[in-house]
Design a protein around this ligand. Structure first.
Ligand code: BDP
Length: 685
């Protein structure tokens, strides 16, 4: 198994009894209507059943009086127990001897088909089956950080899957497989290029290429979007400015937009990174983010498209705490954004660290729909060599309570629009997909793509349930093995945090490459690109004081949310050093001093990787050999690098704490200089 099929593995159901039950219900497929999406639904169902049941299930035009088949029904007024079915939702139930998949839209039927296949793939009974589900978030997008030259910013799974030089004439079959995978988990939009955008995509030559991709995505209910370069009117438009209030600039964007819609009538819209990390933006002309976003919204005009404007900004002199930057710039703009303009906010205030408190903008911009951006590509989480199942991390953000509108105003509810009654809602995952045969480099990285889609659809699903479902579909249906693997997955993120950045440490990774440890990093092009800026280790202790005595970033949260973190005695240890500078000998709620707890976490974190290796070894008989060996090798690297992190961090922090490694742990056998050499090797060009 080379992993190419992802979770869409339709191998024969071996249990004869179960297979017969399934077969009985699958006598024929009666599609209704002829739209491309319904045709996709019929083909997908037929292919899936062919594999799972080992028989060809005919697709017929109408059921007439026949029984024992699967029917599609598109019904704009569909009700389920008196409740109208949500847009793109589905309802699956037995009716007059057939199984009927009802959607309000064609896409709803397609999602229902994949839900039914999932039942079979995970070996659930379909007797008396009744399933209803509606996406809680409307725009469920992948963001590709792919460049026109085929590289992927922060991509660890090969090069880009988009072959720009072959498009539009040649369509790599992979595009369709990619679309299937996305549709099967409810993803309905794809931003095809890097937020550090090239102007190329806005030229007629590239619009034609993007249109070809859109043609592949369309029958799967997926729309394409573009990241745009703010300076494009200057770079390719021959204008002397890209000031959003300049009439020529406005006209230029309007013309470009019209041209795009002519080629791609269902084009999704624009994603913008502006005045961030050196990218151009409206502030270059004394305008603000809202001026820029609104100009693009005007350019979109009557077209059915969105502007997603990123809030990932931090000025060079960020008042001593980068944590507060995006809030300072965006909070005052709340209410200024035009309809169909959304502000896209990373899960946490710094930058995709392995654990961050939720971003203080969630709950602070009630008049603006906010898109939650999470990162599937493991830039700060061990690239494609560390097994880190990210659903628990996404859930931690989604479940964070902003108290914006009283208790229970979770980030999830801010994002799905229910807290502030927004009619549009979105979520974005920075893709971990590349040209590697298995798509994600690490075979277990597929689970992060899968989990993102499932949570984007329904953020109330549990990490555990998604892990089990994915494992059954991708690896094995053997119940004890499923339990073992899902258990490792669910614990893997906490384990990663323990051996890299325990107790709320953050941003202490290798400079620029963002791989491996470099807590001693003290000088860089900007202070907030160093490590010492964030951990603030000194003779007294460790951690960033963000209380009123320090940067006061805590004050950006609602008082009830502050409560959780503002007292070092009650602050959960996992967030402690995010908000407090704690003395080395301070006793923590765990009963150990800070120094001892820190060492304990680094050491037990490494031991837990050994445990992961053992668990993985135990399921060997149930897993495809090629796949098993692949993960085994990566786990070895992970263990080696967990030791690297541990030794680097305990030895470095020891230079401040000036205390021995506590028993029962044995001090590292290498020196800090040995480790610094290692870090240097990884950073050589
Ligand atoms: C940072 C990445 C950088 C991205 C940036 C972003 O290191 O490559 O361009 O995020 O999100 O974490 O714009």
């Amino acid at each position: 198994d080379d992993g190419y099929r992802l979770w869409l593995k339709y191998d024969l159901v071996q249990d004869n009894g179960l297979r017969k039950d399934y077969q009985k219900a699958a006598g024929f497929i009666a599609g209704s209507g002829n739209s491309p999406i319904l045709q996709t639904a019929a083909t997908e169902l037929q292919q899936g059943l062919q594999g799972l049941l080992g028989k060809n299930v005919p697709v017929v035009t109408g059921a007439e009086k026949k029984k024992g088949g699967i029917l599609f029904s598109v019904d704009a007024t569909a009700n389920v127990s008196g409740q109208p079915l949500g847009k793109d939702g589905y309802h699956i139930a037995a009716q007059n001897g057939n199984l009927v998949i009802t959607g309000k839209t064609d896409a709803g039927v397609l999602y229902g088909v994949f839900a039914l296949l999932r039942q079979l793939q995970t070996r659930q009974s379909i007797k008396n089956l009744e399933l209803t589900s509606t996406p809680r978030i409307q725009y469920r997008l992948l963001n590709h950080w792919d460049n026109p030259n085929g590289t992927v910013e922060r991509g660890y799974a090969g090069s880009s899957i988009w072959k720009w030089y072959e498009l539009p004439e040649r369509l790599d079959p992979r595009y369709q497989d990619y679309a299937r995978a996305n549709a099967s988990i409810g993803i309905n939009g794809v931003v095809i290029n890097n937020v550090n955008a090239s102007a190329r995509y806005l030229t007629p030559e590239y619009i034609e290429k993007v249109a070809a991709l859109a043609g592949v995505m369309r029958p799967y209910g997926i729309r394409v979007y573009m990241s745009v370069l703010w300076a494009a009117p200057k770079v390719i438009g021959g204008l002397s400015t890209s000031d959003p209030l300049d009439p020529k600039v406005k006209q230029w964007w309007t013309d470009r937009t019209n041209e795009i819609y002519k080629a791609i009538p269902d084009f999704g819209g624009f994603l913008v990174k502006a005045n961030s990390e050196g990218e151009p933006g409206p502030q270059d002309y004394g305008r603000d983010h809202a001026d820029g976003a609104n100009m693009l919204a005007d350019a979109l005009g009557q077209h059915d498209g969105l502007v997603m404007w990123r809030a990932f900004v931090y000025k060079a002199n960020s008042n001593g705490d980068r944590f507060k930057e995006a809030y300072a710039e965006f909070k005052p703009l709340d209410g200024r954004f035009k309809p169909k303009t959304l502000v896209q906010v990373k899960n946490g205030p710094i930058d995709f660290q392995s654990r961050e408190p939720f971003h203080p903008l969630f709950g602070a911009m009630p008049r603006t729909p906010l898109v939650l951006e999470v990162q599937l590509t493991q830039e700060y989480l061990g690239f494609a060599t560390h097994m880190v199942y990210l659903a628990p991390m996404f859930k931690e953000t989604l479940d964070g309570d902003t108290y914006a509108n009283g208790k229970g105003s979770t980030v999830a509810k801010v994002v799905d629009g229910s807290v502030d009654n927004h009619s549009i809602s979105g979520i974005a995952g920075v893709a971990n997909i590349g040209s590697d045969r298995n798509w994600t480099g690490h075979p277990m990285g597929q689970a992060n793509w899968y989990a993102f889609g499932r949570l984007a659809w329904d953020h109330t699903l549990s990490s555990q349930a998604i892990a089990e479902e994915w494992t059954r579909m991708s690896l094995t249906n053997d119940a004890p093995a499923v339990r073992t693997i899902a258990d490792v997955m669910v614990k893997s993120r906490d384990i990663y945090v323990r051996y890299t950045t325990p107790l709320g440490l953050h941003h202490i990774m290798g400079q620029s490459i963002h791989y491996g440890p470099e807590p001693w990093l003290a000088s860089s092009a900007r202070p907030d690109w160093t490590s010492v800026y964030y951990h603030k280790a000194d003779a007294a202790g460790l951690g960033f004081d963000r209380t009123a005595k320090g940067s006061n970033a805590l004050s950006l949260y609602k008082p009830e949310a502050q409560q959780l973190w503002n007292d070092p005695k009650t602050c959960p240890p996992d967030y402690l050093l995010w908000f407090h500078h704690v003395g080395w000998n301070q006793e923590l709620s765990t009963g150990r001093t800070l120094w001892n707890e820190l060492c304990t976490r680094y050491y037990t974190g490494v031991d837990s990787v050994t445990w992961m290796q053992q668990q993985w070894a135990a399921v060997k008989p149930q897993i495809d050999p090629e796949l098993h060996a692949d993960v085994t090798g990566r786990l070895q690297t992970q263990h080696k690098e967990a030791l690297w992190w541990r030794d680097a961090c305990v030895l470095y922090f020891q230079t401040h704490a000036k205390q021995p490694i506590p028993a029962p742990f044995a001090p590292p056998t290498r020196t800090l200089d040995d480790i610094k050499r290692l870090v240097m090797i990884y950073q050589l060009r």
